[in-house]
Design a protein around this ligand. Structure first.
Ligand code: NAD
Ligand code: SER
Length: 330
């Protein structure tokens, strides 16, 4: 059984990946690493520590004591938060990854690195963006993702570290709120629909983006890390996709469950420019061919489940709204 360290464990992905990994490999095998936020339920139901991913000696000690052999390195600053503080984003995204790669090299760990649609820029085809399309992103976040992909490939080629990564689309979930991204509207819209039957969208009408529901995102990370390495021609990082929509389309789907739901717009120019530089939908053929990737949730199935899950909770104020656990005020 692997012994797994998950950084960024209290975030949108980590808070769902940790319980999934514990279910698969056992509670004690998975150490969740947070930063400044207390562990949410159910991350708090197993081993939990805190450290700054840029602190090489703390990370080395944690990996050694836990005897980790597989690291899911999720800690990062996302696109909108990176636009607000590029220096911090470069520091956390690059030096945090470098710390993890060095510890993987020293202790023989494999590494999962989540890249993003943000690794592509306006020069890449927007529709069915090829696996090997030109990568010239125009955001600091995207630059850090491309550099991260290259650094992971370098550690694989030079030192034999088993690095593997996914280019995630925007992720939609009903657990921990998103942490300062551009695709966050696709989560906020559900809370607003159930609470007020109205949503003011920060991206303009017609802004089509690539998206995925969290259960698919979690399963993809686990499947990729379990894939036969001999079959992997690409490593850092695989395009994966599940659905593509614009604000009107997701609003229309929500309206099937929440009659009378309305949408208006209050455009955030910073996030609009970021969204306009990203793919509508990536081509995930390489992921299908090399490790059998297939999404389970389309827009209709995701919307149905989000409404069902959020309806079971008492949906209060949207818990996101610029949440930040990066040492900076939210
Ligand atoms: P998130 O913002 O919800 O969580 C990131 C976590 O990183 C936070 O909980 C924070 O505690 C932690 N962190 C920040 N600075 C840290 C530091 N210095 N030391 C230790 N921890 C620190 O992000 P997420 O949505 O869970 O994303 C996880 C990863 O997946 C990121 O690399 C992100 O770029 C990538 N990704 C996410 C999406 C998405 O839509 N959520 C899409 C594509 C890629
Ligand atoms: N969902 C992420 C963001 O908007 C994409 O990486 O930043």
């Amino acid at each position: 059984m692997p012994r797994i360290l998950v950084t960024g464990a209290t975030g949108q992905i980590g808070s769902e990946l940790v319980p999934a990994l514990r279910k698969r490999y056992g509670r004690e095998a998975v150490l969740a690493l947070g930063y400044k936020t207390p562990p949410p339920e159910p991350v708090d139901a197993g081993p939990f520590k805190t450290a700054d991913v840029r602190d090489a000696s703390a990370i080395e000690r944690i990996v050694r004591n836990h005897r980790s052999d597989k690291i899911y390195h999720l800690a990062a600053i996302l696109s909108a938060a990176a636009a607000a503080d590029p220096k911090l984003a470069w520091d956390v995204n690059m030096n945090g990854l470098y710390t993890m790669l060095e510890v993987c090299r020293e202790y023989g760990c494999s590494l999962f690195f989540p890249s993003s649609i943000a690794a592509f820029g306006p020069g890449a085809p927007r529709v069915n963006t090829p696996q090997d399309a030109v990568q010239r992103p125009t955001t600091l976040y995207g630059v850090s993702k491309v550099a991260g992909e290259l650094l992971c490939d370098y550690y694989h080629g030079k030192f034999g570290v088993d690095t593997r990564g996914l280019r995630y689309p925007g992720l939609i979930s009903h657990g921990a709120p998103p942490g300062g991204g551009t695709t966050d509207y696709a989560v906020e819209i559900f809370y607003a629909a159930l609470r007020e039957k109205h949503y003011r969208c920060f991206l303009k009408a017609g802004t089509r983006l690539d998206m995925m529901y969290m259960p698919d995102a979690v399963r993809a990370a686990i499947e990729l890390m379990e894939a036969n390495p001999a079959a992997l021609k690409h490593r850092n990082a695989f395009n994966i996709t599940a659905m593509s929509f614009d604000p009107e389309e997701i609003a229309g789907e929500i309206r099937r469950h929440v009659p009378g739901f309305t949408l208006s717009y209050a455009i955030d120019p910073v996030r609009q420019v970021i969204a306009d530089s990203w793919p509508d939908k990536m081509d995930d053929t390489a992921a299908l061919q090399e490790w059998g990737w297939r999404p389970e949730y389309d827009l209709a199935a995701m919307t149905r489940d989000m409404i069902e899950q959020l309806s079971k909770k008492a949906v209060g104020a949207y818990p996101g709204g610029g949440r930040a656990d990066n040492g900076e005020p939210a």
